[in-house]
Design a protein around this ligand. Structure first.
Ligand SMILES: CC(C)(COP(=O)(O)OP(=O)(O)OC[C@H]1O[C@@H](n2cnc3c(N)ncnc32)[C@H](O)[C@@H]1OP(=O)(O)O)[C@@H](O)C(=O)NCCC(=O)NCCS
Length: 183
């Protein structure tokens, strides 16, 4: 699925372009994934995990653009890829009322209101897709993310104990959150 391009304002006065990634963005996306995984423990990858090859990333972008159930938003500030988000609607008859999403920004673009604006887009997208519930998983201790989700109406409904095991052996839970889109 491809979104209509949109320009939004950040708290520091800069503008940000939101659009679906194109094939030419594949190297930028791979670089962003590597950088973000080194900046925070609150994403699933470590920098030394296996990342897609350039060709795999190009195929992924093509498949996302062609999909009826998945969409990706990339955020560009001054031409730099600041972050991305993905939403995926389930496809089975019994579960297609639900969608889940993931979001991540590079550290220098956090705290500027960008996460909130991208999340607003994802919520609208899920409603347009006819979804009734939007879900996500967030790692225990990610206070900024949890504050954002709660502000947008998400509630915690379960916790997956030991969902995450860090390299030093520390276990963290994953918090499962949900927003009902039909009230
Ligand atoms: C989580 C993330 C998407 C949030 O996006 P963001 O643009 O930084 O968030 P916003 O600027 O929209 O702020 C959201 C709210 O969080 C709260 N907040 C900000 N910093 C906070 C902090 N350090 N602790 C607690 N709450 C905080 C504020 O209430 C803020 O709302 P406000 O702007 O109305 O005051 C972003 O920080 C990020 O990508 N982090 C790294 C990767 C990650 O954790 N991804 C999420 C995985 S589930």
């Amino acid at each position: 699925m491809v979104i209509h391009e949109k320009t939004i304002s950040l708290k520091d006065g800069r503008t940000c372009l939101l659009r679906t990634p194109q094939e030419k963005d594949a190297p930028l996306l791979l670089n962003y994934l590597q950088t973000m995984s080194a900046e925070t423990i609150y994403v699933l990858s470590y920098p030394d995990d296996t990342f897609p090859s350039l060709n795999e990333e190009i195929s992924f972008i093509k498949s996302i653009r062609a999909s009826f159930n998945r969409c990706m938003v990339s955020a560009f500030v001054d031409g730099e890829l600041a972050g991305t988000a993905q939403i995926r609607r389930h496809t089975k008859i019994k579960t297609r009322h639900r969608a889940d999403f993931g979001i991540g920004l590079l550290q220098k673009f956090c705290g500027l209101g960008l996460g909130g604006k991208i999340l607003d887009e994802l919520i609208s997208m899920a409603i347009d897709l006819g979804c009734e519930v939007l879900e996500l998983e967030v790692i225990q201790g990610n206070h900024q993310a949890i504050a954002l989700y709660e502000k947008k109406g998400f509630v915690r409904f379960a916790q997956r104990e030991k969902g995450i095991r860090l390299k030093d052996g520390t276990y963290l839970s994953e918090v499962l959150m949900r927003k009902d889109l039909i009230v």
